[in-house]
Design a protein around this ligand. Structure first.
Ligand SMILES: *Cc1c(COP(=O)(O)O)cnc(C)c1O
Length: 393
């Protein structure tokens, strides 16, 4: 089936992008081969010359990867998807494809820690100018614009505090400056939020997270218009940050169940967040689906649900430091996995201050609102009563 906008999203997750070989398989085939044969030299020349479409070499294109790209593009409502070897290489390919030395990127301060390193350290060494601003304050984005500004880069909701930005407002500011708004849609996935419909130009995914959904493979994707994706693909096929066919095959299976999984993650996360808010040992809960969330209304306008990530501050007991309170809770769990990953069917628990956000200074952490008693749970698919019972305050 080719993409058809009249189908509902869950149907697209199952049916879009799929192609069938002469064998008539009902599940997408895994093309675990590096190169493709030509009938003769003339066909080889035509493929290389671009006058005949078709596969050449799996660093460029591979049928299993193409099926994954077409399925994800249908779900995000994008013209084109470029699959990459990881979420980080998706961000790298996006910037390398669209920016040059001297160009300027405005990025949210509350993006994935490794994205901060990529922009602030590595790409900076190659002459990319980067300004970090507040995710939730559009006037800072406006003020950061220079004549060289090419990209705005955000994650919404943010990690770990689930802050939300108004995608349409930032897209308008970016477009007035002839810049593109890039949204890392990893936390929501298209099952919950469709940034292109809200005015964004480019979407980034770490497929490693909810798209896989069972913690198996690394992968990523960049999505947008054909014109914007052409140089991104050009970088990928030359630099080789290609998604493996095996991983694409796993992600194809993940996309089939994405909608039903995201509904379940969000339902369980809302239940857990509501319960946490009622616990005397919890000082504060961060979850966009709660009415107490400062941007609850905006989140519910942009998202179908609050998603699967819940963060909260543990109230220290007398004599306990904030970190001791958080660590005691995390270390007392028997069921929930202590790991920094998210988007797995198994629930995971993290102490951001000493793991994902340990590389930033204590002052910067405090400024970002990540206190030493903050705990993040990526709510999986276990029964929520078992999760509650596992949190021994
Ligand atoms: C994990 C993650 C990434 C990086 O993805 P990898 O697949 O680990 O390279 C980027 N953005 C967000 C929001 C993430 O959670």
């Amino acid at each position: 089936m080719t993409t058809n906008k009249t189908y509902h999203p869950e149907t697209l997750g199952l049916r879009a992008g799929t192609e069938t070989t002469e064998f008539g398989e009902n599940s997408e085939a895994l093309f675990l081969n590096s190169s493709f044969k030509f009938k003769n030299s003339a066909q080889a020349a035509a493929r290389f010359g671009g006058t005949e479409p078709g596969n050449i070499y799996s660093r460029f294109t591979n049928p299993t990867v193409t099926m994954f790209q077409n399925k994800l593009a249908a779900l995000e409502g994008a013209e084109q998807c470029v699959a990459t070897s990881s979420g980080m290489s998706a961000i790298l390919a996006c910037v390398m494809g669209l920016c040059s030395t001297g160009d300027h990127v405005v990025a949210s301060r509350s993006v994935f820690g490794t994205s901060v390193q990529l922009f602030g350290n590595i790409l900076k060494r190659w002459g990319l100018e980067v300004t970090f601003v507040s995710l939730t304050n559009p006037s800072e984005w406006q003020a950061a614009i220079t004549p060289k500004t090419k990209l705005f880069f955000v994650e919404t909701p943010s990690n770990p505090l689930t802050e939300v930005c108004d995608i349409q407002v930032l897209a308008d500011i970016a477009h007035q400056a002839n810049a593109y708004l890039v949204v890392d849609n990893c936390f929501c996935t298209p099952a919950i939020q469709k940034p292109l419909d809200l005015g964004a130009d480019i979407i980034i995914h770490s497929a490693t997270k909810y798209i896989d959904g069972q913690g198996r493979c690394l992968g990523g994707a960049v999505l947008g218009s054909k014109i914007l994706m052409e140089p991104v693909y050009g970088f990928l096929r030359t630099a080789g940050v290609t998604m493996s066919a095996f991983n694409a095959w796993v992600f194809l299976k993940g996309l089939e169940t994405l909608h039903i999984r995201m509904e379940a993650h969000a339902r369980k996360a809302l239940d857990l967040a509501t319960w946490l808010e009622a616990q005397p040992q919890v000082a504060r809960v961060y979850y966009p689906g709660l009415t107490s969330h400062p941007q609850h209304a905006l989140a519910m306008k942009q998202q179908l649900s609050g998603g699967g990530i819940v963060s909260f501050e543990v109230q220290p007991k007398s004599g306990q430091t904030k970190q001791e309170a958080a660590w005691a809770l995390i270390d007392s769990t028997e069921l929930i996995s202590i790991t920094a990953n998210l988007g797995d069917a198994k629930s995971t628990i993290t102490h951001p201050a000493t793991t994902t956000h340990s590389r930033i200074t204590a002052e910067a952490r405090l400024q970002a609102g990540i206190s030493d008693n903050l705990v993040r749970i990526a709510v999986g698919l276990e029964h929520v009563d078992d999760l509650k019972a596992d949190l021994r305050f």
